[in-house]
Design a protein around this ligand. Sequence first.
Ligand SMILES: *[C@@H]1O[C@H](CO)[C@@H](O)[C@H](O)[C@H]1NC(C)=O
Ligand SMILES: *[C@@H]1O[C@H](CO)[C@@H](O)[C@H](O)[C@H]1NC(C)=O
Ligand SMILES: *[C@@H]1O[C@H](CO)[C@@H](O)[C@H](O)[C@H]1NC(C)=O
Length: 660
Amino acid sequence: MNAFVGYRLILALLPLVNVVTSLEWKNSAVLDNNFLVLWTPGDRDIVFEVQVKTQGYVGLGFTRDDRHVGADMVIGWVDNNGQVHLQDRHVKDSNKDPQMDSSQDYYLLLGYENKTHTVLRFTRSYDTCDPRDLKITNDTMQVVWQYHVEEPVSAAGVLPPHGAVRGSRPLYLVQRDSPPKRTSRNQEVPAVKTWDVLNQQVKLPMEQDTLLWCRVVEMPQLDRKHHVIKYEPVIQPGNQQYLHHMTLYECRGKEYDLEEAAASNGTVCYQPDHPSLLCTSIAATWNLGSEGFNYPPEAGYALDPDSGPRYYMLETHYTNPLLDNFITDSSGLRLVYTNQLRTHDAGILSVGIDPNWRHIIPPGQREVVSEGHCVTDCTGQTIPESGVNMFAVIMHTHQLGRKVRLRQIRAGEELPPIASDTNYDPNYQEYRRLQRPAKVYPGDHLVAECTYSSESRQTITLGGLTTREESCLVSALYYPRIELSLCYSLPSLPTVLQSLGIQKLKQGATPVIIEAPADLAGMTLEERLMRYNWETSFQSFQEATHRGTFKPLCWNRKGELLPNTDVQEAHYPRILRPYKETMMPCAKKTPRNKLSRLFGEDGDLPAPVDPDSDEANAVERGQLVRSKVSRSSEGPVAGSSGVTRAPVVLVLAIIVAAFR
Ligand SMILES: *[C@@H]1O[C@H](CO)[C@@H](O)[C@H](O)[C@H]1NC(C)=O
Ligand SMILES: *[C@@H]1O[C@H](CO)[C@@H](O)[C@H](O)[C@H]1NC(C)=O
Ligand SMILES: *[C@@H]1O[C@H](CO)[C@@H](O)[C@H](O)[C@H]1NC(C)=O
């Protein structure tokens, strides 16, 4: 019996079960040119589909770092009899096949193969309770993939020895922006215009593998305020491989400097001999793996000729590891804007440490924690009584960053963090869309907390803008827009001195000379920084920086310090009720009676298949019907329903196999 008849059988059975309604995927990512992954996060489970241009086996997996070892993998294929195989495995040794898990926690929903592709749809829980599997969380996940032109020769799944194509990439799987749902077909689409902020034939250097290129541009001539409702990358065909990230910053500062910068095609960023422009607030950012960003329907980013910034800087990070010659690039970002204004202006609030040498990261440490504060006075003066709603957050450190959190303290109580990533990857910066907006009220104290690993460094790292220096910033998109723009802090000089064991500096000396304690007297501050024994004194350094005072720096959108916040020293907020993370006990799902699940519970009757529908035609053309997991038009998809349906398709597969 050929597979074709099998398809007909499935089709015949479909009306019995609730699997044929259209499925709209929430997220997708092209992992390599042959590998597309689509997924929809539900309440407790995520449904995935991989569409891979091969007729061999395919594999998708998850790790915390970009090595394959330790990866939690699912391997699947469609064999010559049309039977679909899906195996939950893990990578123990990079030279060996991923090993089979004793607990199989990925559930096949559907699988087929056409002339070119293998398609597998499956679901798993965020936390499968199997130590061999990786929990899927809000943290940055490294997604690994693998595929081969051949499939395993037996159902046991010994993989072909050589020739697998592999790759990995960091991705947010859960807190991810996605295009707005089309609610109805004839919904009015606002007339939009586009502003392309593009590079002008940037020549990649032939002797360097990275280039950070900065170009200042003036916003388009507009007669009144418009709203940017989304942005997306514009990538010069063929150049995707050279692009690492592109970020558009709002610029403040002297009109003349900005005008002059905008007249050129750009320069290498952050050169010491160039005047540094004050372009720090992120307006838009793209990173490998991202498709852009969509503002929520209630808010847009204002392009306002009267009050907004008029100049922007596009920073493009190019990589050219193979030193390919004669590469030029004109990629950039496209901002889509409209004059049909949305209810709210979205704003960007950055919380963090002012980029300054007083932000000190000792060398050779596994974990160094730095904190930037947005104090009560600053939120109190600027946030309306009704609060603001943060809907997306982007974290920013340079190469040493490993964990980042945006903490929120209200009247002595620490609330759950607005955003948190314990697996932060400094090379992957993208807005994470919060599933529910976080409310921030006047008087809230926010802390951007960055944890660095400086084990790779032999010398001290200081705060600053260049990539060798460090940074700790969390920028949040929110609405309605307020005056506060950058809400930073800077460790006070007494804090810095105390953390270095210095009691007193000599008045008015240049370079700065230490007076007390006696054993350091006469030493310059710089020498102290260089010679400090971090090995023995790291703990006391860390405590002094954590407990010490800091200078709040709250800037409004015009780049002025807010009045009455210009105090020299502020203190760490008192936290009377600390936040305790509740660890949910792991509850393993016991597969209940599959048939009762199949026909019981959510027994909404499926629509019969229309013989002229795409599905039916697909079968006629010899492709397999793509049975669809149902979803309601609103609310989370799949979730428990995805799981109830997992056994459904298994049962189908069994029935089909029995008929062969
Ligand atoms: C096979 O399926 C894939 C994934 O759905 C699709 O992109 C491709 O066009 C199909 N190929 C053929 C020959 O039908
Ligand atoms: C992600 O964060 C949100 C808000 O903090 C939380 O409700 C949700 O459970 C988290 N999701 C996962 C998969 O951890
Ligand atoms: C910018 O680049 C374009 C395209 O390469 C070139 O025609 C133009 O002369 C350049 N302008 C400046 C100011 O260098």
